[in-house]
Design a protein around this ligand. Structure first.
Ligand SMILES: C[S@@+](CC[C@H](N)C(=O)[O-])C[C@H]1O[C@@H](n2cnc3c(N)ncnc32)[C@H](O)[C@@H]1O
Length: 558
């Protein structure tokens, strides 16, 4: 893809070096440990109570939900997401979705998310609740990574053990250590074989004996994770006997920079920052000059064959299940997926920056197109399959390219046309929208300590949709509690916060306790579960529309 006019790229999507692991991501420049990684921050989309809203359990495969392979626990995304609903997971689309996991070569660490809605709230913007506020998930190199090296994150130890039935025995960190010890023992055995054999001078013969013994070991019918950590080919094993498995794996986990430039797909031509478009939240911006025709970004697509699974429902009367007669909205994820009015199919891109690309119908500077057929990335025969085919497909084999329609300057916002239906729906939404003048944002409260909080007596309604987090002295040990502020006094110690408060704290078992002299900095506010902007009735939801001329006829099932 690169030629002399193509701007220099440093982060690539390319086939993983791990056999059968699909695609992975690679750096084309050396990254010393601690370096922030290219491509900018990740965001995370909260996905709430999926099983409840689908009256099933994903384990039972009651509904086709490939996202379960890509989601992070809300705890790893951050406290705000953890408290948003009873059961929330986060979809984080860049470093949070693209890298593979190799437990002995974890070289990328990601932070948790901050929360901020770019100042857009139900009080001032029809865009509030229509995009995610979880952002700033930053990745850095955890080890030195060589130019061409594949980037690996940790999926956590349980990830592979809970997927053994279809992923097989994927070695963990301890298994590589056991493998390393085993290789040393075998190496010693091979040395002693040379010493003890009468044909020690027959190098060819001894070489063959070693290959045979090695093949017997790795092809043993008794499978185990430590066995899976051993190199399959004798040539690689022999290298591991010289330099250790770790270095051998590192050598294997590298593509040449030339390979990446020729076959890889650039991921860091865009990066996120606050959008220039009113009410849109964040957007994607060009990191460098991108001439007309440049593939600005490429994104694998997660398919959702039945878009109805994103509908959320109110509780039934017994509170145990959903009430199908009471739909209450759609998961926020819908706003990040592409669809078509004549199909139940949704395609959701995951790639650095692409989900941040906002809409412009009049003057878009990129368009989407299907990638050309390529076994490694995009299987165009899938465009001829009916929607039912996708119910039993659990890999991503379709990709969009975002192509520059004209020259794009460094720093310019990258914009795509979401389609006529999207624009009409947005205009209708803006027309019908009313500001909520009583809205109190917990996140604004947490940023600003400079005004006195109201007591319950002064205004009982003001904090009804938020709850505090009070801890005495240790923030981490706090629990979810609802506060009523009973009294406010000037801080006798005259600290920065200005006031101290007496609180009535109502805990989860409805116990009530009173706490005196709490300073502002000891309190942290969150929305009560299901009270965040994304759960508000009428918050904007609409998928982006795949242009009719590129939408496959085979998928038109409505
Ligand atoms: C795919 S996301 C784009 C990224 C999003 N702006 C963010 O901050 O995460 C689509 C959502 O962005 C917002 N958006 C995109 N383009 C917009 C526009 N032209 N006007 C208003 N909102 C827009 C809408 O909330 C839309 O549902």
């Amino acid at each position: 893809m690169n030629n002399n006019n193509t701007p220099k790229c440093t982060l690539y999507l390319a086939p993983s070096t791990i056999p059968n692991a699909g695609l992975g991501i690679f750096t084309s420049i050396a990254l010393p440990s601690g370096t922030p990684l290219p491509g900018g921050f990740d965001a995370a989309i909260p996905i709430s109570d999926m099983d409840f809203h689908n009256d099933g359990s994903h384990d039972a495969e009651d509904y086709h939900w490939m996202f379960s392979e890509y989601l992070w626990s809300s705890g790893s995304i951050g406290k705000v997401m953890e408290y948003e609903a009873e059961k929330t997971s986060g979809f984080s689309w860049g470093y949070g979705a693209l890298p593979n996991c190799h437990f002995w070569m974890i070289n990328v660490m990601e932070s948790s998310c901050d929360f901020d809605t770019v100042g857009l709230t139900p009080e001032n913007s029809p865009g509030a609740g229509a995009f995610t506020g979880h952002y700033n998930r930053l990745a850095h190199a955890y080890e030195d990574v060589k130019a061409g090296g594949e980037l690996f994150v940790s999926y956590g130890t349980n990830w592979f053990t809970t997927r053994e039935s279809y992923m097989g025995l994927v070695p963990g960190e301890d298994d590589f250590e056991a493998g390393e010890e085993f290789i040393e023992t075998v190496s010693e055995l091979f040395e002693s074989l040379v010493d003890s054999t009468t044909v020690k001078d027959d190098v060819h013969y001894m070489g063959q004996v070693r290959v045979d013994i090695w093949n017997m070991i790795v092809n043993s019918p008794y499978k185990s994770r430590p066995l899976a950590a051993l190199p399959k080919a004798y040539k690689t094993a022999a290298r591991a006997m010289d330099v250790g498995i770790m270095q051998t794996e590192e050598e294997l986990a590298t593509h040449s920079v030339e390979y990446l430039e020729e076959h890889g797909k650039c991921l860091d031509h865009i990066h996120p920052q606050n959008s220039t478009i009113p009410h849109a939240g964040r957007g994607a911006f060009a990191t460098r000059y991108l001439p007309k025709g440049t593939v600005v970004s490429s994104a694998p697509l997660i398919h959702i064959p039945d878009r109805d699974i994103l509908t959320m429902y109110d509780d039934s009367e017994d509170g145990e299940s959903r009430d199908l007669s009471k739909p209450i909205g759609q998961q926020l994820l819908l706003n990040y997926c592409w669809g078509h009015p004549k199909s139940s199919m949704l395609l959701c891109p995951y790639s650095h920056g692409t989900p941040f690309i906002n809409h412009d119908r009049q003057d878009p500077n990129v368009k989407i197109q299907w990638m050309k057929n390529d076994d490694r990335y995009h299987n165009s025969s899938w465009l001829d399959e009916p929607v039912s085919f996708f119910d039993s497909e659990w890999t991503t084999k379709l990709m969009f390219e975002y192509v520059a329609l004209r020259d794009i300057q460094e720093g310019e916002e990258v914009l795509v046309d979401y389609g006529k239906e999207w624009e009409e729906a947005w205009n209708e939404h803006v027309k019908a929208w009313n500001p909520d003048e009583n809205y109190v944002s917990p996140h604004e409260l947490n940023k600003d300590y400079d005004f006195p909080l109201k007591t319950h007596e002064e205004d009982a309604s003001v904090y009804t949709d938020i709850f505090g987090y009070h801890t005495g002295t240790d923030k981490k040990s706090g629990e979810r509690e609802i506060h009523r502020i009973r009294a406010r006094r000037p801080d006798p110690n005259n600290k920065n916060d200005g006031f101290v408060y007496d609180l009535e704290v109502i805990g989860s078992g409805n116990y009530v306790k009173r706490v005196k002299d709490v300073s502002r900095s000891q309190m942290h506010f969150y929305h009560k579960p299901y009270k965040a902007d994304i759960f508000r009735e009428g918050s904007f939801r609409h998928e982006m529309m795949i242009p009719d001329e590129m939408f496959p006829n085979a998928w038109r099932n409505l």
